[in-house]
Design a protein around this ligand. Structure first.
Ligand SMILES: C[S@@+](CC[C@H](N)C(=O)[O-])C[C@H]1O[C@@H](n2cnc3c(N)ncnc32)[C@H](O)[C@@H]1O
Length: 273
């Protein structure tokens, strides 16, 4: 299946000879990674596969994450949120909230004067969220169930590879942020060097599924972590993610990288709150 790349159809719309106003052009489609036929054959099957995988393995997610991140997951997420400008009193929208690992750190930073709404399509993952005061909404990044200009800060942790279409998702992020609002997208990126790539691949393809089999309670947990690596390897390049953020209207688009693989994409919606 041919996957259109960002900007492929730019310039083909909105060329009118009369003066009638045209509807805003839909953002061009941008898939987060090339198709993975080992797991699904069609887009519809991909949706079902992802939904099943996260719903069925949700109860194992935090335990495996804790073991594999060697306890640094919480600390790292909080530091990334702080670096991106999350501060006391802000209203946060956490997209792909999952079991709440980013949300928990965000809540600690915004304090009692702030608030957090979480969105995720997986009832299984959201069923594991244990964060008092958080509003949980079933939904997708590509069609957020939130009003325009309704949050100061939008976070999305490790869900970029699992969404269907990056371009409409970034357009939605821009829509729901207030002017001056800040965005943080956390994602794991392929290492630039061949040696780094081989080392990470061995770790993620062999060691992680083994740990998942030992520590996990669900038999498909190992499959989730194998799939996890395959999506990292097939993922669009960081430059493409940054170009898509600019195309969605974001300013000051930046990428901060930790340990060569943890990418923090940050951006600002123009204007003042
Ligand atoms: C790897 S988990 C990350 C959870 C959490 N943010 C964290 O940092 O651990 C990815 C989450 O993305 C969710 N997801 C899948 N497709 C999505 C979509 N189209 N929009 C938003 N979230 C999606 C999954 O249900 C899952 O909960």
């Amino acid at each position: 299946m041919m996957m259109p790349r960002l900007g492929q159809n730019r310039g083909m719309t909105n060329v009118h000879s009369d003066a009638r106003p045209s509807a805003p052009a839909a953002p061009p489609s941008l898939r987060p990674h090339t198709p993975l036929p080992d797991y699904y054959a069609t887009d519809a099957e991909r949706d079902k596969f992802i939904a099943r995988m996260f719903n069925d393995t949700a109860s194992d997610y935090d335990r495996i994450e804790r073991v594999l991140a060697w306890g640094s997951g919480r600390w790292y997420r909080r530091e990334a949120l702080r670096r991106a400008g999350l501060a006391s009193g802000m209203q946060v929208l956490d997209v792909g909230i999952g079991t709440g690992l980013v949300a928990r750190e965000a809540l600690a930073l915004v304090g009692a004067g702030g608030s957090l709404v979480g969105v995720d399509p997986s009832p299984g993952m959201m069923g594991e969220v244990q964060l008092p005061g958080v509003e949980l909404l079933t939904g997708r990044a590509e069609a957020l169930p939130r009003p325009d200009a309704s949050c100061d800060f939008l976070s999305m942790g490790y869900a970029l590879r699992h969404i269907n279409d990056v371009a409409p998702a970034f357009a939605e992020f821009h829509r729901v942020l207030r002017p001056g609002g800040r965005l943080l997208v956390l994602e794991i990126t392929r290492p630039a060097s061949r040696a780094g790539l081989l080392a990470l691949k061995a770790y993620m393809r062999a060691f992680v599924p083994l740990v998942a089999r030992i520590v996990g309670r669900r038999k498909d947990t190992a499959e989730l972590w194998r799939y996890y690596w395959d999506t990292i390897e097939a993922c669009i390049a960081p430059e493409t993610v940054m170009a898509a953020l600019r195309a969605a209207g974001f300013q000051d688009v930046q990428r901060h990288v930790e340990l060569g693989i943890f990418s923090e994409y940050t951006a600002i919606k123009a204007g003042h709150a």
